[in-house]
Write a protein that binds this ligand. Sequence first.
Ligand code: ATP
Ligand code: MG
Length: 325
Amino acid sequence: SRTIFSGIQPTGRLTLGNYLGALGRFVDLQHTARCVFCVVDLHALTVVHDPKELRRLTREIATLYLAAGLDPAVCVLTRQSDLPAHTELMYLLESTAYVGELSRMIQFKEKGRGRPRTRVSLYTYPVLMAADILLYGSTEVPVGDDQRQHVELARDLAIRFNRTYGPTFVVPELSPATVGARVMDLQNPTTKMSGSAPADSLGSIRLLDPPEVIVRKISRAVTDASPDVGYDPENRPGVSNLLEILAGCTGEADPAALAGKYDGYAALKRDTADAVVGVLKPLQNRYAELVADPAHVDATLRLGAERARELAAPTLAAARTAIGL
Ligand code: ATP
Ligand code: MG
C-alpha cells in the first residue's frame, strides 16, 4: 500500500514555489494514500534563526496546511520536533551514511560549505530528512526538484541499511511534480523562488501576499528582449517561468502549449496574475478564519503527533533491533 511523506521547513514565509512543488499537490494526494505531512521545524535550525520567529512560522505553516485544504481526519499533520523518533532514527542513519556522500549534497555546497559559522546540522540535515521519510515506511515523497538529491540519499541509505542489517525500511520513490517542480524567482529567473529570500523581495510570491501585491510582482517580472511569447526554459527563463506558473495554476499539463495563445507579455502577465490570485484567494480566506483560532491548530498538531508516534514506532523498533541495540 502507498504511504506518502513530505515536509516543509519553517525558514520563511511560504511561496508559490512551495505551493506548486509541494503543498498544492499534498491536497490532491491526501485522498489517494496514507499521508503524513510534517512541519519540519528541526530542519529550520540548520541556518541562522530566531527562536520566536521559528515558533511563529511553525504555526503559520501548520495553519497554511489546513487553509490549503489538508484534512486532519484524512491525513496526519504533524510537527517534526514533537516526535523524538525522527532524531533517534537520524543517529542510526548517520551511522549508515558516509561523509563523502553528504559532502556531495548540492544544497550543502550552496548554502554552507566553506563558509564560516556553517552549522554541523546543515551538513547532516539530509540524514534527518532520510529519517523523516523512512520512519513512516514512505513509498513516495512529493517534493520540488531541489529535493531530488536528498530523496535519492534516503533511498541509498535505506538500501544500504537493509543490505547490511536485514530488511527494515521501505525504499521510497521520488514523486516529482510534472509542472511547477522548480518555480523560479521572478526577478532572477535562473535561481529558484525561495522562502528564505528577503521579505521585501519582488521575486518571491508569498502565499499570503494580498492580490494587488501578487499582480504587481507578476507585472514587474523579468522577461527578455524577444517580443514574442515562447517556452524555452534554457534560453528564456523569465517568460518560461511565467508560462510554468500559469500552467501550474490552471491545471494545464503543458506550459509550451500555452505560449501560442499569447502575442505579448501584457496579456500573459495579466492571465498569470489572475490564475495565481484565483488559486490563492480561497486559501487566504480560509487562513483568515483559521488564524483567529490558534488553539484549533495546536490541537490538530497534538492529534497528529499521537498518530504519527503510532505509525513510527514499529519502524524505529525494527531499526534499533536490526542495528544491534
Ligand atoms: P529554503 O529556500 O529556505 O530552502 P524552501 O522554500 O526551499 O526554503 P523547503 O522547506 O526547503 O522550503 O521546501 C519545501 C518544499 O517546497 C520542498 O518539497 C521543495 O522542493 C519545494 N520547493 C521549494 N521551493 C520550490 C520552488 N521554487 N519550486 C518548486 N518547489 C519548491
Ligand atoms: Mg529548500
